[in-house]
Every structure is written in structure tokens, then in C-alpha cells.
Design a protein around this ligand. Sequence first.
Ligand code: SIN
Ligand code: CO
Length: 376
Amino acid sequence: MFSKADKQDFLANYWQQKPLFLPSFFRKFTDPIDPDSLAGLACEEFIESRLISNTISPDNWCVRHGPFVEDDFSHLPTSNWTLLVQAVDQWHSETASLLAYFDFIPNWRIDDIMVSFATDQAGVGPHYDYYDVFLVQGAGQRKWQLGGKCNANSKLRGDTDLRLLQQFNTEQEYILNPGDVLYIPPQYAHYGVSIGESLCYSIGFRSPSQAQQLQGFTDQIIDGLAEHQRFVDPNPHTGSVTGEILPSALDPAHAGLQQLVANKLGFLTWFGKHVTQSKYPDTLLPLDQTASSGLLESALVRNPGSRFAFMEVADQVLLFVDGECYSMPLARLMLVREFCATTLFSADALQRFTEHPDFYCVINELLSNGSLLQQQ
Ligand code: SIN
Ligand code: CO
């Protein structure tokens, strides 16, 4: 675990900058999940999983996508295959509890915990990702080789559906033992090979591309535009009739678009909604009826697939839950902060929120959206 000084040093000198090997980050590591349970998750229809093998030869990679059936696992060889399951934190609370050790990074940056079970000599090939990742070594050992920073010009292999690098030059090498952690920033080439059977927990972070930001934000702007908002000639007589477009005639249109994109509150709102979108929105099952007052009197839990965040902006506090934005008066700031830090709401704790009519309405809506659930 990191001390306060370690966290500061990490954030200042490594986060998003360079890889860092953290031996014995967990002094005594107990795997939160076992390979059989992982295989069980990979058989679920709504859980994303892959089986990557290099059984034909060490550098010949095949990928199969789940959901799998039990029989798929009974015919596998003893080496050269890896089972990878996405978002295990959403389905397995013991695995989700690993996230608490990384709370020095804001939780709205977290994407998921992917868990991989690898047999001897297995890996997923040399590659790079566009997100930060902490690789937490569970049972067994894995050898990790790190290369340099890649970019869109780094050549990828054409013989596999995996985004594997044509060239990989090892610059650092570590053997990870249970409880060791390796931090890899975006775009750094890496290649893990299992030594015997091993489990690895990849804590991955979200990082919307500029293309996603521009597309998402402008979609939101477009939703607010009326048909009559369109191009207007600044002066109908200044244009040439011979086909020439006078650049100056476009100044008002260009300025108008810039003004729309410059809307900071609009961007902040879009961003909060975007980063709190559930990874698998279809798995947030809404209640078939809106919450009755009875439900608000019992204990509630946050749906493990839900994301809560907030932002203090001007004279309001914006609460973001699963891609929705709820505006509250600034007087609710402390309560909203507490709301976002809570996953289990006892009936008493809940009352402190629901006694405010604005919070009462929000909680009702979160219940009917499936973001909050009745505790079983
Ligand atoms: C793995 O768990 O083997 C793959 C993790 C990664 O390379 O991102
Ligand atoms: Co990777």
C-alpha cells in the first residue's frame, strides 16, 4: 500500500508519465476470486470475456470471444492460453474491494477491473493500450517486459485480430509475485508471459479521446438547437454571383459555432455525464414500478455497475449518476459529497438525504433507474 508521501511522489513523477514497479504493494495478497469462479463469469451472457491462446506456436495468437460454456474449458491444454474477463468488479464485490487501494486516483477515472487467468507460457502478446493500468499480481508469477512509448505510427501485426505490435524491444523486465503491482501509463508497450498458472487483476482507467469528447459534446449541443438556427447572409449583396464564397461572409457562422462550443457549463455537464456512464448500461435493470415510499424506508445499496460523481460549479452542485445530471442548490454540497462516497445506505442514513425534497426526488429516480437497489 502507498503511504501519503508515496502517493504524492507517484502522482508527481509517474502517473501518466512512466512505468513503475511496486514490489509487495500488497504485503500479504489473497486472491479475491479463484479461476473456477472466473470461468463461471465467462459463461454469463452479459459478461465480456475472451480466451486468447498461443498453442500452435508461441507467437501465433488466436482469440475467441465469450460467453463460453463449461465444455469449452474442459478440452483446453495445460499451457498457452489465457482467459480474460472484463469488469469483474461489477459482478464480484470481493474483487471490487481492490479498488479502495487505488483511491488516490479519482474514482470517476476508473473503467474496470479485468481479471486474467493464464496457464504456463500464456500471454496476450506484445501490445499497448490507450489507458493507464495497474497490474496487480495474484496467485503465481508473471514475467512482464516493458518497451517504449508507442503512437499511431507504431506498426501493428496484420495476422491477428489482436492489436499486437510488429516490433517489441524490451527495455525493462520484471517477474511479478503475488502482491506486486506494475503501473503502466498509456501507450507504453508491454508483454506479459505467465510462469506456471497465474492470476492478474488489471485496474484500468477511462480516458475519453478528443474525438469522443468532441462528438459527445457536440451531440449534446445539437440536441439543444432549433431548426431556425442556421446560416444567415451577413449582407446578401456582398457575395459574388460567380461561385466565389467570400471568407468574410462566413465570419458570423464561424463565430456562432465557436460560441456554442465555448459553453463551459455545457462542456462540464457533458463530461460529468459521459464519465459516469455505466460500462454496461443494459445491465442496470430499472425497477418495473417507481419507488414506493416503503422502499425509501429500507436500506439501499448502490448498483455495483453504477457510477456516482459530483461537481461544484458556480452556485450549484451537479450530481452525476450513470450518465444523468441532477442540479442541486449549493447548500446540498456536503450531502452530495457524502452521497457519492456511500455505497450502502442504511434506512437512517437515507432519511438524512430524503428529508430534503430535491434529494427525495433524485433518490426516487435513481431507484427507478436501477442505480440504487433495495438491499437484499
Ligand atoms: C493480461 O492480464 O495478461 C493482460 C493485461 C494487459 O496487458 O493489459
Ligand atoms: Co495491456
